[in-house]
Design a protein around this ligand. Structure first.
Ligand SMILES: [Zn+2]
Length: 199
């Protein structure tokens, strides 16, 4: 082997070594930014406050929607009190113009509808059954999940929609649920509903 070839090989190997060191350091600094608690991926979620009444009708988010995914995936959702420390920002939408229920962009920005005025022309909040389901669905998208073909799956592209209506605001006594059927709302004694598109 010629001496110049040998020098060439040594220089080449040095470049590779220095290059991998450089990228190694760079890669580690990126890895340090991914929070891990006992091997679990932690996702910090910030819910933008709703300053007007009524507030979204939602069950304890930690016990219902967060737990739903924590029991199925190696993930730990945590609610945080500022946008700056959040991985995901959730915005409540009082009423979508296009009858949508929710939306997730780039696993980071989530919109959640919490009511609409498609029922008897008056705005009503969705009941917690509906809100919880939409939140679970969108958190599924945050985890990178696509839509399921199974209609019972939380990741199905449609979810049932029912409203919370206070009994005092309803004429027929005892009918405290409204359900949405083919563009029409019906008063019901129990929550029964039609599937509405979720995104
Ligand atoms: Zn979806």
């Amino acid at each position: 082997m010629e001496k110049s070839t040998l020098i060439g090989i040594v220089i080449f190997l040095l470049i590779i070594l220095l290059g991998s060191l450089y990228y190694g350091i760079d890669f580690n600094s990126v890895k340090d930014k991914i929070p891990e608690v006992s091997g679990k991926k932690t996702i910090r979620v910030y819910f933008e406050p709703v300053n007007t009444e009524p507030k979204p009708d939602v069950t304890n988010i930690e016990d219902v929607s967060f737990r739903y995914w924590e029991e199925r995936e190696n993930v730990d959702f945590r609610e945080v009190s500022s946008k700056e420390e959040a991985d995901v920002v959730v915005k409540w939408i009082k009423e979508y113009s296009d009858n949508q229920l929710g939306y997730t962009l780039e696993s980071k920005y989530v919109e959640l509808g919490y009511g609409d005025s498609r029922c008897i022309g008056k705005w009503f909040p969705y009941d917690s059954f509906t809100t919880d389901r939409v939140l679970k669905h969108e958190l599924g998208h945050v985890l990178g999940k696509g839509h399921s073909n199974e209609s019972r799956d939380i990741m199905y592209h449609q979810l049932p929609k029912t409203y919370t209506i206070h009994t005092e605001s309803v004429d027929n006594d005892g009918f405290n649920h409204y359900a949405y059927f083919s563009g029409d709302c019906k008063a019901l004694r129990e929550a029964v509903s039609q599937n509405i598109l979720v995104n």
